[in-house]
Design a protein. Structure first.
Length: 306
């Protein structure tokens, strides 16, 4: 396992450049199958995410789910806080004149649920820019790209057993990337809930970065203890976990079960109130602004396997 905050060169493949102004996404070297893909940079300016690929979460909970999305977030999710802007999907949190916060959250549809093949590899990747307003203006702003085990759909007591892989998160405007695994049971358990097993590295805000998570089941002999879950930023290893750390049923949910994707910008909540918040102030604060400087821009997302 890579120590928190360390970086290593990614060895799984040389990163394919996605900076050309007009081109289709390429399947990453070492992978052969496209399980899910959405290139927001090719969509019409002002458009919404495609309803053929994404569902839009609304309100402050799933129907029948825990209030405030189970993490004490304060925002209402709407379909109006996101649009294709400057060749990316932009999700923007706003506060209205009476103090109500709105934002957006989308989830990939069930027919696109994906899993790592036996003896193979799975890669989830994206290119994201996080807003760069001043720290005091972003207290409580919580953008994220993550995956959840499909057993969570409609059965919200399955967290964290379903397995949650946080591929790219940022909190309270700090120039740091957070990645995390949530698993097993809470509180405590193999993923130290409710904290999760985290990796944290420096990250410049206001520019696009490439983020990825890879599940590797190619170990000789097929023993789950030799399988790995790795996170990358700009081709550099952020964190790696191996199956030997976990009971097999926990690792199975993490690496073998089907999953779906989530993109969202939350406001407030347990993470924002406790991380990068030395005074432990309740977020959002009166100084939290929202708007463009708090937005998350996403060029594309892709899921690939061998």
């Amino acid at each position: 396992m890579c120590e928190k905050g360390s970086l290593e060169k990614e060895t799984s493949y040389e990163r394919v450049s996605l900076l050309a102004s007009v081109r289709a996404l390429a399947v990453p070297p070492g992978f052969s199958k496209v399980l899910f893909e959405d290139d927001f940079s090719q969509l019409q300016e002002g458009a919404a995410p495609s309803p053929s690929k994404w569902s839009t979460s609304l309100g402050q909970s799933y129907p029948g789910g825990p209030s405030n999305w189970g993490t004490n977030e304060v925002q209402w999710y709407t379909e109006y806080n996101m649009a294709i802007t400057n060749r990316a999907l932009r999700i923007t949190p706003y506060r209205d004149q009476v103090g109500t916060w709105t934002s957006s959250r989308i989830e990939s549809l069930p027919r696109y649920d994906f899993a790592c093949p036996p003896g193979g590899k799975l890669r989830i990747e994206t290119s994201i820019k996080f807003g760069n307003d001043a720290l005091e203006s972003q207290m409580g702003i919580w953008p994220a790209f993550w995956s959840m085990g499909s057993s969570f759909r409609g059965n919200y007591t399955q967290w964290p057993a379903a397995g949650e892989i946080d591929i790219a998160e940022s909190i309270n405007g700090v120039e740091k990337l957070y990645v995390a695994l949530h698993c097993g049971w809470a509180p405590g358990g193999p993923c130290d809930e409710y904290t999760g097993l985290k990796g944290i590295v420096p990250m410049t805000r206001g520019v696009f970065h490439d983020f990825a998570a890879e599940i590797d089941r190619t170990n000789p002999g097929g023993n789950y203890r030799g399988e790995t879950l790795s996170w990358y930023m700009n081709g550099q290893l952020v964190k790696r976990l191996t199956g030997e750390w976990f009971d097999e049923w926990v690792w199975t949910a993490i690496t073998r079960g089907p999953k779906f994707l989530i993109l969202n910008v939350a406001v407030g909540g347990d993470f924002a109130d406790n991380a990068e918040n030395p005074e432990r102030v309740r977020t959002p604060t009166a100084s939290t602004k929202g708007g463009l400087g708090a937005a998350m821009d996403v060029k594309y997302v892709g899921v690939y396997s061998t």
